[in-house]
Design a protein around this ligand. Structure first.
Ligand code: AMP
Ligand code: GLY
Length: 430
């Protein structure tokens, strides 16, 4: 039997905890290391799983000393910064795109121009790179446009304006460098689309793709989709609001043309391409954004509904020989409910003790993924905005939802925020 794989996961959120757990369940994996990880990604190996351990240090240095069979990069920032290129230069296999390919997420202007070059269905947009261009650009929209900073802004660079005045002042704040520094030096004004949002992930090897089940996120902090946008307050998969034919359409109209276009332009895309889509009344998918990494908290449900050897899938994609049959869609459903700290999505307090983790994790069909947590004097305390993602898995969406909330109800910490309506709309719409 060949030696088992060593995998290094870069990141410390709920997505990375879910990836590490899922990889540790793969038959081909002997050990998973997470850099820097969180309180959930350390501790003894569960039965039938490879060990998962935290490792600290700078990602490239850690990869150099560990020499893993694969590095899986969780967040977008290191990818946009060229981590995959630096690993490639040292012959360390990496699942994640090069810096040039990561521009699909790293520059919204690049993405929009790419979409126009390759005929991808997306919202009409105008690029503004100087305050003097703002008024003529605004005049091109009948409704207040969505304002987007070009560069990475940790998920905060999009303002869905409700008035022209709000759009104007958001764009000016960005252009003057007041809102996001150099990431806002160029701004996109974009036609506002209506509908519901779906997250589609495709594992790509530069040429071939495997599309994972469609998931839905809940971006707003408040129930009924109210209040400010967040990184995501809860997800479920698969969503009953789209069917397999729709997913094939997304693959053929969006994912494959993108992968071919990137290859033709000399920047092949290897890694996971995550399309944030708006689905209007006519059902025709429209691209809102590309991400060049797994979604958080989408990963916490996708890894629960996909069967097979996840490590083989990611290793084969990284090597340019996608083994698309190494992972397949189960008949299970999953719902993830995010527990966030008081103040999120604004500044949050850290260091509050978390109670009930053991009770929640002991429930059938419940897995608790850590995000902003750390260990302090033997107990687990909060250390970030999104603290935990409680995932329920079941034979139906309703059962998965019930299990997720059963898990949630075991857990408490000071100021805990959550939405009680994760997956509720999809269950009503059936
Ligand atoms: P993005 O980071 O581009 O996905 O934008 C964050 C969120 O802003 C999306 O998930 C949508 O809820 C919203 N959004 C972005 N672009 C548009 C658009 N053109 N029309 C309506 N909502 C949008
Ligand atoms: N949940 C949305 C994202 O990961 O960007």
């Amino acid at each position: 039997m060949p030696e088992k794989r060593k995998i290094l996961v870069i990141g410390g959120g709920g997505r990375e905890h879910a990836l590490a757990q899922r990889l540790a369940r793969s038959a081909s994996v002997g050990g998973v290391w997470v850099c820097p990880g969180n309180a959930g990604t350390e501790g003894p190996a569960a039965e039938g799983r490879a060990s998962v351990a935290n490792v600290s240090g700078e990602a490239l240095e850690v990869a150099r000393s560990l020499r893993p069979d694969l590095v899986v990069v969780g967040p977008e920032a290191p990818l946009c910064d060229g981590l995959a290129d630096r690993l490639a230069a040292e012959d360390i296999p990496c699942f994640g795109p090069t810096r040039a390919a990561a521009r699909l997420e790293g520059s919204k202007v690049f993405m929009k121009r790419f979409a126009e070059r390759h005929g991808l269905p997306t919202a009409r947009a105008v690029v503004v790179d100087d305050p003097s261009q703002l008024e003529p650009a605004l005049a091109q929209f009948e409704q207040p446009p969505v304002v987007k900073a070009d560069g990475l802004c940790a998920g905060k660079g999009v303002i869905v304006a409700s008035s022209p005045q709000q759009a104007r002042s958001a764009a000016l704040d960005m252009l003057r460098g007041e809102a996001f520094g150099s990431a806002g030096a160029r701004v996109l004004l974009e036609e506002r689309l209506e509908g519901f949002e779906v997250s589609v992930h495709a594992v790509c090897d530069g040429e071939r793709v495997l599309v994972l089940p469609a998931a839905q996120d809940h971006k707003r902090i408040g129930e009924g989709d109210t209040g400010p946008n967040t990184g995501g307050m809860g997800t479920f998969a698969p969503t009953p609001r789209v069917d397999d034919a729709w997913l094939l359409r997304v693959r053929d109209e969006l994912i494959l043309p993108t992968v071919r276009g990137m290859a033709d332009e000399g920047t092949p895309f290897r890694g996971v391409l995550f399309a944030g889509l708006m689905v209007p009344r006519d059902g025709a998918p429209r691209l809102l954004e590309f991400n060049v990494r797994f979604g958080d908290p989408e990963t916490q449900v996708l890894t629960a509904v996909a069967d097979g050897d996840f490590a083989e899938l990611l290793c084969s994609a990284a090597g340019g020989r996608l083994a698309a049959d190494s992972v397949w869609c189960s008949t299970r459903h999953a719902v993830c409910v995010v527990l966030a700290a008081a103040g999120y999505p604004g500044p949050v307090r850290a260091g509050d003790a978390i109670f009930g983790l053991g009770a929640a994790a002991g429930l059938e069909g419940v897995e608790v993924f850590h995000a902003g947590t750390r260990r302090e004097a033997g107990s687990v305390v909060t250390s970030g905005g999104r603290v935990l993602g409680v995932t329920g898995v079941g034979a139906t969406l309703a059962q998965a939802q019930a299990r997720a909330y059963e898990g949630v109800d075991c857990i408490r910490f000071e100021g805990m925020q959550l939405r009680r309506d994760i997956a509720a709309r999809a269950l009503c719409a059936r």
